[in-house]
Design a protein around this ligand. Sequence first.
Ligand SMILES: Nc1ncnc2c1ncn2[C@@H]1O[C@H](COP(=O)(O)OP(=O)(O)O)[C@@H](O)[C@H]1O
Ligand SMILES: [Mg+2]
Length: 306
Amino acid sequence: MKTIAMVNFKGGVGKTTLAANMAVGMAELGKKVLLIDLDPQASLTFSFCSVDYWGHNLQENCTIKRWYDEHVYKDRDIPLEELWIDPERLVVSEMGVLKLIASHINMFEIDVELGGSLAGTTERQSQANFLRVLSRLRHSLGKIPPWRFDVAIIDCPPAFNIITQSAVVASDYYIIPTKADFLSTLGLETLVGHVDNLVARYNLYAANSSGQYEGISPQLAGVVFTMVSLRGGDVISTQRTYVDMVTVGKGLPAFASMVRENKTLFSDAPEYGVPVIIRSTHSQTHREVQDEMWVLVHEVMQKCRI
Ligand SMILES: Nc1ncnc2c1ncn2[C@@H]1O[C@H](COP(=O)(O)OP(=O)(O)O)[C@@H](O)[C@H]1O
Ligand SMILES: [Mg+2]
């Protein structure tokens, strides 16, 4: 199973929308996909199940918060298998599988608890706590039998907090969705720097752990430009400047495919419970957006070896 984290400490850049469409696209292509929502805003969760369903069936015992609660308060691992559910309203092709581990609005508290549990009185203890807390998700994902899923896609909160860091530690690849504008592209190098520092620190501590922990090497699969405006099939020049700044200027890898801006199509998507990529349509524009999304899904699968 390959694990991909959707990461950006900026919100509103299309992480969740892309995660949902990628997951459904891959499942339609016959892949077995596990989606994990780590964001307290739970937008991914509510893209696949109603607030009512969540309140009645998931809130208490069947979200990722339960899994964190068990390990924060009881130092116990519950199998992720107990938590994944079928999306409420969506059916994917018979060949594929799509399961969702829902989030919880009180995930904010968990991050604070996790932060607290990192402290140690000695350097040795701090390193042990760091490895224990940050590796937990990785270990739980590692316990899922390899035949169960081809890919796990983790949607992260808009912060580089402990929860996001544990997702990065768990991942083989990470993808950075971003808008092509000044403020959105400004922090990308910093974000990649944070990931590199995290990986270096984890690997250093792992090397000191007498073989208890293995090193990690999450790769940046690429930056995905979202909500771009197209003119004549190409990105408008003001946005092209920012695309070039990221790819040529900063030398970050980027996906050739982009997601165009279309408020009508994307803003309605969660309510329908069926992401844009497979929602049936008679609109020419919608078909073009779907075609672009399919190209992106294939590019992700190729870059992440799924
Ligand atoms: N390509 C797009 N065009 C227009 N609106 C979009 C597009 N992608 C996402 N959106 C909308 O923008 C908002 C933020 O997107 P979201 O995926 O939730 O971002 P993030 O997860 O990074 O916070 C949502 O309301 C979503 O419906
Ligand atoms: Mg989101």
